[in-house]
Design a protein around this ligand. Structure first.
Ligand code: MG
Ligand code: ZN
Length: 357
């Protein structure tokens, strides 16, 4: 009879142990990294050029994303970015809107509403289709000045890239958005050194007049600006959402130039390494790496392992319709395996960050 309390204790302990074994840790921070045009052949070309190794191999979960848009088997970066950012399939060339031209909130805007810090770091103009999808709502991706205006309608903490002229040398109105950003307490940085000097507060890094140069001219802009963004955003104890884009993988592949692609791939992978180092140390950061689509219909039919000597073929100067790989690391990463729709990321992140049940 007097053994009953012990039995009860064992049952309670067992339940507790089973529960803790199955309760998965959820992230506080999310870094979403997009290699524009980065299909499997692009990743493998970078891997070969880098002695058969990439930082992104540290990711523990791998899946695939289906990239078709609402009106096209082969997406552009507007519909592709909108799918990843806003969770809706839309028409090609649209930004942050559904096919009926109704604005849809992005995961970045939602994170900001939930008092997380937010950021965008890209290797192209900040008004280009991919970053625009996270912050702007316009019917056409070419509306650079309207997209720049949308940056000021949000609470975004850090944005670093090119496209300065769309902020301060405008044709659609007389506004000087750089001056308006200063009034909103943003530090404005025109050089990478000025970016790197910032450790807290709000930062607008407008590093180039129009598009950023390609590699190697761009130097360490993308990894260094990403590190700065991580430093600033991690001041918020509530957490942060950061989008980072290796923007010019796509451009190299539009030109069917695999030598340039390798340089852009390694720049993006070096940036991935910095983010994974941060996530490993932090322990509360989920990192997701994927693409909006593949570019070039690229295949590798021969080569020397561990070198940049590859025999590469392309089937198009445009995008292709194949699924793209997804890589994930950190708490919650197990949710990103298997075949996924490109519109599934927003809902998964919302759930993991407890924005929605
Ligand atoms: Mg892009
Ligand atoms: Zn493209």
């Amino acid at each position: 009879m007097n053994k009953t309390p012990n039995k009860l204790l064992i049952i309670i302990l067992s339940v507790f142990l089973i529960q803790s074994a199955f309760s998965q840790k959820t992230p506080k921070n999310v870094v979403f990294m997009i290699g524009d045009g980065m299909g499997l052949a692009q990743v493998y070309a970078g891997m070969m050029a880098n002695r058969n190794h990439l930082e992104l191999e540290r990711c523990t979960t791998i899946g695939f994303s289906k990239t078709y848009s609402a009106d096209n088997f082969t997406t552009d970066s507007g519909a592709g970015g909108t799918a990843l950012a806003c969770g809706v399939k839309t028409r090609n060339h649209m930004i942050g809107m559904n096919p009926d031209s109704v604005a849809v909130q992005s995961i970045l805007e939602e994170a900001s509403k939930f008092k997380l810090s937010t950021g965008i770091v890209v290797a192209c103009a900040l008004t280009h289709a991919t970053p625009a999808s996270y912050i702007a709502h316009q019917v056409n991706r070419e509306m650079n000045e309207e997209i720049a205006t949308d940056y000021l309608k949000t609470d975004i903490d850090v944005f670093i890239g090119g496209g300065r002229k769309y902020f301060d040398d405008r044709t659609i109105d007389d506004r000087n958005l750089t001056a308006e950003l200063r009034e909103k307490k943003y530090k404005i940085a025109y050089t990478l050194d000025e970016v790197k000097a910032v450790t807290h507060g709000k930062l607008a890094g407008l590093l180039y007049e129009d598009q950023n140069p390609g590699m190697p001219e761009r130097g360490t802009m993308l990894p260094d600006a990403t590190q700065t963004a991580l430093n600033i955003l991690s001041n918020n104890k509530k957490g942060f959402f950061l989008m980072v884009e290796g923007s010019q993988i796509d451009w190299a592949c539009h030109n069917n130039n695999y030598v340039q692609l390798m340089k852009e791939m390694l720049d993006f992978d070096q940036t991935i390494g910095k983010v994974l180092d941060f996530a490993k140390k932090d322990g509360n950061t989920l990192v997701i790496i994927t693409a909006d689509h593949e570019t070039g219909g690229m295949t590798i039919i021969d080569g020397e392992v561990g070198t940049d000597k590859l025999k590469v073929l392309y089937s198009t100067k445009n995008h292709s319709g194949v699924p793209v790989p997804v890589y994930a690391y950190g708490p919650g990463s197990e949710n990103f395996s298997g075949f996924m729709e490109n519109i599934s990321f927003k809902a998964k992140i919302e759930k993991l960050l407890k924005f929605k049940k």
